[in-house]
Design a protein around this ligand. Structure first.
Ligand code: G3H
Length: 195
């Protein structure tokens, strides 16, 4: 059985400031995570010549992948974070204060709520379909470096979790979720590389 390794990008400058969306670089801590991840991947996939590293098109995932050498890297727009539309770059506090109806609507139905001029979780789930097809087709291990909302959806697919849970699944920073698909079903391991 071949593993799929799922991880968020290392902490970004916007994570530190509590801002959603955007396309900032990683923080110093995020950079440290990239190095730890590279170490882990190089050990874990040492003899796996055909393994590949998939990122989104956003800086924070590309920078997190950059210390990993020896494997091909592929950028997928479909792995980009949920598009927060008019709320891109805001903090949750700002959304609550300036757009209370939007804040409440999202709280009521986070799965279906679509940011104005942006996406809903259902939209994200739909755009991930080609990624999932390609992941299923791969025979070699894949490391997916993406974002919280996207990884919630991918994880739910492999772990067979119901749709309604997806927006609430915990996908912590600086942690690798390893999925093994074998004949007896799916097995999962988690590696927390740092806080
Ligand atoms: O920036 C977006 C977050 O990663 C998604 O978090 O859907 O819980 O607001 P949320």
């Amino acid at each position: 059985p071949r593993p799929i390794l799922l991880t968020r990008h290392g902490e970004s400058k916007d994570n530190v400031r509590g801002r959603i969306g955007g396309d900032t670089a990683v923080s110093d801590r995020g950079e440290v995570y990239g190095k730890k991840l590279a170490n882990f991947v190089e050990k874990r996939l040492k003899s796996e010549r055909a393994a590949s590293i998939w990122t989104s098109t956003l800086q924070r995932t590309i920078l997190t992948a950059s210390p990993i050498v020896g494997f091909p890297k592929i950028q997928w727009r479909a792995l980009d974070e949920i598009n927060a539309g008019v709320c891109d770059g805001m903090t949750y506090e700002e959304i609550k204060k300036n757009m209370p109806e939007e804040y409440e609507a999202r709280k009521k139905d986070k799965l279906r709520y679509r940011y104005p001029r942006g996406e809903s979780y259902l939209d994200v789930i739909q755009r991930l379909e080609p990624v999932i097809i390609e992941l299923e087709r791969q025979r070699a291990p894949v490391v997916v470096i993406s974002h919280q909302a996207v990884l919630r959806a991918l994880y739910a697919y492999f772990a067979d979790r119901p749709l309604r849970e997806i927006p609430h699944i915990e996908v912590p920073l600086h942690t690798i979720i390893e999925i093994q698909m074998g004949v007896t079903g799916v097995q999962e391991k988690r590696y927390k590389l740092m806080d």
